[in-house]
Design a protein around this ligand. Structure first.
Ligand SMILES: NC(=O)C1=CN([C@@H]2O[C@H](COP(=O)(O)OP(=O)(O)OC[C@H]3O[C@@H](n4cnc5c(N)ncnc54)[C@H](O)[C@@H]3O)[C@@H](O)[C@H]2O)C=CC1
Ligand SMILES: NCC(=O)COP(=O)(O)O
Length: 329
């Protein structure tokens, strides 16, 4: 573990979910190798591993090999696994805000977010569909955020994110696809060190529309977007029939697959590697990753939660930070 690097900041996520358990599991897996991180959470609710309360992120590196460093932020009400409590929602959001502020100040190398229960935050007045959109507001660069999910065998980006499917399809335009593709290509260059990313863009309809005979969106929206991207030098292909673009044979042919809506992009990666998938927000001023799964309220507190995706998220955040450091040196 390089001694001079700031640690990563890990947020509490939904206190009734599995965030605390997987944070403990991730610490146990990474304590000897890093990357080092500290958790912003109520230290009193954490169990199973040694905990070290720290007063500042700068104390985390020394503590990390021996105990999980925690910036203690007491919850208004004790958390109960599986039971949502709206009184704790402000603390969940405050942990995200604090992690972002620390990353912006260079006191954290990046942020890794534990899953939030979106409906619980909406009920408490949170106005953003998820972290991705919230982070774009508080740590964005003026461009739309891109949600990329990555596992060793596949990267995917949904062009439209958290919105009803009907609305997502109605909103599809060549411009929307082009903007998403440009930002994705820039993100892969900056954060993954891929000099000339190859983009595969899914079709919308069965067989990518079969020459306009099974829906016209592929011909009229996706194909012009691909042509424009190619004209400006981006290695884009599509519209590709969505049912075959994720096969083992097809995947090595591209660096990222753009799905036109949330589930078109996320179902393949979660099916392929739920335990190893990582959610990354491209286009922020800070590094942000997250496990690919949600709060798992159904298993919270039962010792069943797999920390694999969080471990992968911590490792990937450190790798992305290293790419950014290299690019700026
Ligand atoms: N980045 C984030 O903050 C995310 C938050 N969510 C939120 O999570 C909440 C629940 O969403 P669901 O659709 O139920 O998805 P989920 O991922 O929480 O659960 C789906 C299934 O996978 C299992 N599972 C999830 N993570 C696991 C792990 N680490 N180990 C073992 N089993 C695991 C659960 O027990 C459940 O059976 C929603 O409010 C959703 O918005 C969902 C995805 C990402
Ligand atoms: N389905 C992925 C997801 O919900 C991720 O949301 P977030 O990272 O934007 O909170």
């Amino acid at each position: 573990m390089p001694p001079d690097l700031a640690p990563l900041a890990l947020t509490m996520g939904e206190p009734a979910g599995i965030g605390g358990e997987i944070a403990a599991g991730a610490w146990a897996a990474l304590r000897a190798t890093g990357p080092a991180f500290f958790l912003i959470d109520d230290a009193d609710r954490l169990a199973g591993v040694p905990i070290r309360r720290i007063a500042a992120p700068e104390e985390a590196l020394a503590a990390f090999p021996e105990a999980l460093p925690v910036l203690h932020r007491p919850l208004p009400r004790p958390s109960v696994p599986g039971r949502l409590d709206p009184a704790n929602a402000p603390a969940v959001i405050a942990a995200i805000d604090e992690a972002v502020a620390l990353a912006k100040a260079g006191r954290a190398t990046g942020i890794v977010t534990n899953p939030i229960q979106k409906s619980a935050l909406y009920a408490a007045g949170f106005r953003h569909p998820g972290h991705t959109e919230y982070l774009a507001e508080i740590a964005g660069t003026g461009r739309p955020p891109i949600m990329l999910l990555a596992c060793p065998e596949l990267r995917v980006v949904p062009v439209t994110i958290h919105e009803p499917l009907k609305q997502a399809i109605a909103r599809l335009t060549p411009e929307l696809i082009i903007e998403c593709a440009r930002l994705t290509a820039a993100g892969l260059r900056q954060d993954f060190g891929i000099a000339a990313p190859r983009l595969a863009i899914a079709g919308l309809n069965p067989h990518a529309g079969e020459d306009g005979t099974i829906g016209t969106e592929d011909r009229d929206i996706v194909a012009p977007a691909v042509a424009m991207l190619r004209a400006e030098g981006i290695d884009a292909r599509g519209p590709i029939p969505p049912d075959t673009m994720f096969t083992a044979k097809a995947r090595p042919g591209y660096d990222v697959a753009l799905g036109l809506y949330h589930d078109q992009a996320l179902i393949p990666i979660k099916t392929l590697d739920m335990a190893g998938g990582v959610n990354v927000t491209l286009g922020l001023s800070i590094v942000r990753t997250s496990p690919d799964h949600g709060t798992a309220l159904d298993i919270a507190g039962r010792g069943l939660a797999d920390p694999g995706s969080l471990i992968a998220a911590l490792r990937l955040a450190a790798e992305i930070a290293a790419h950014r450091r290299k690019a700026s040196s």
